[in-house]
Design a protein around this ligand. Sequence first.
Ligand SMILES: [Zn+2]
Ligand SMILES: [Zn+2]
Length: 544
Amino acid sequence: MSVSVTFLGGLGEIGRNCAALEVDGKIALIDVGLMFPEEDMLGVDLVFPDWSWLVERKKDVACVVLTHGHEDHMGALAYFLRDISVPVYGTELSVKMAEGRIEEVGVKSDLRTITQNKWTSHGPFKFMLIPVTHSVPDASAIVFDTPEGLVLHSGDFKLDPTPIDGRPADLPAFAALGKQGVRLLLSDSTNAEKDGFEPSESSVRQPIADVIRDAPGRVIAACFSSHMHRVQQIADAGVAAGRKVAFFGRSMHKYTTLASELGLLDVPEASVVDIKALSNHPPEQQLLITTGSQGEPFAALSLMSQGRHKFVELGDNDTVLISAKPIPGNETAVSKVISNLIRRGARVVHGRNSHVHVSGHAAREELLTYLNLIRPTAFVPVHGEYRHLAAHAELARKMGVPQVDILEDGDRVTVDGDRTYVERRAVPAGYVYLDGSAVGDVQGGVLRDRSHLADEGVVVVTVGIDHDNGEIVFGPDLDSHGLMDDPSSVLKKAADAVRSAIDEHDSGRTDHAEMQKTVRQAAGKVIRSETSRRPVILPIIMEV
Ligand SMILES: [Zn+2]
Ligand SMILES: [Zn+2]
């Protein structure tokens, strides 16, 4: 009986991680993540995997298993469950993090908390979560015991021997799987181009403590709200330096509350104050922990950098600590925020000028160690852009893994006895966009229009035409947006051209579409030759 894995996302991009494991005609999903839009995806809020082929096979979909609570692994889950309602398995924290999102979207769900290192059965699937270290607590690898042998998905991981919760990746468990024989390994490629070992999370403790202790005034620290260990380390440094700690940002409140409830975050109550009360204390006793490390335009840090924040006006004595690295696509936004913060007089400490951040993903030596522990028969690198997948594949080949294949979104790998084979483009795997609250309404064409509008501007041509004889009754009036500073002379020339083009149509009543085309061509030609630009031209023809 063959066993296959089909990739819906995450292979060729960082984000929207989602893989479908098929055993005996039934399907278990490993993660259902989202991707944040890239800079050329104008007006798009989120990007999802395309699960349309699963909708067609709805009755075969058995369950979802989550590796961890990051958005790129469970951010699309609520929308998936709206289409395909199945039970979802994960560790307590992963499930609680997913629950928040599901409640916001308002779908029914059947969330099942499972314990790591214990086998769970669901239909033909038998699986187990194994502890790994990552930038969110309670992260796991997943192993499936299938008729074709063990299929292991690493999840997002690093091999941190000294994590701050004292729960390192379970290397003995992985070694045992390796001994038993792993038929197919899927492993995190994010840092496959990075040499050495990724430093431990505990290595940033002292540098962060130094920054916070030595800051002459207020400290504003930004990090991912889901990185509860980082939040803990920043808060610890603040408390040790005698500062009051305030949390800010919707997700920061949500996740710090959740983490405290689950015992994953521990900040003495006496040290925590509301942001409004923070300014009652002298600046050198203030620590604000906030969201916005990704340069998100409406997050606190960005607003502060523009002098538009409700509670915090930055000045010369302030220190901003950015304890995060921009995820791909956010680099420009983050860089702008940093520049603006410095312009306002703040001192900015970030991962590039100080050791205040480490990655949650394994670097090359860790990946080699992992491959050596597992020694799979077949290997497919996952979670990365193509270059990362290729670098990881090279490591595996060097290690002598018998079968190594680089797959992309939509491809499928099948293990069948001794054979391992790959089917390219087995299922549709295009981007599905969430725009406002509608999923899938925006297509590539719409994005091209938006990009065109943003680059070249728009010209609206209004003209009234006599219904009977096709002559101009009023106009043409031309109005432009985003074309140039003073478009009046260009628009006047274009209006003349439109007028004579319409006059040349002396054939009585004109076809509406034909008239639109005439107007668009006449105006476009003049504007192009005068400005070298190609704005979107919208002809509005009124027949009177
Ligand atoms: Zn991830
Ligand atoms: Zn992750």
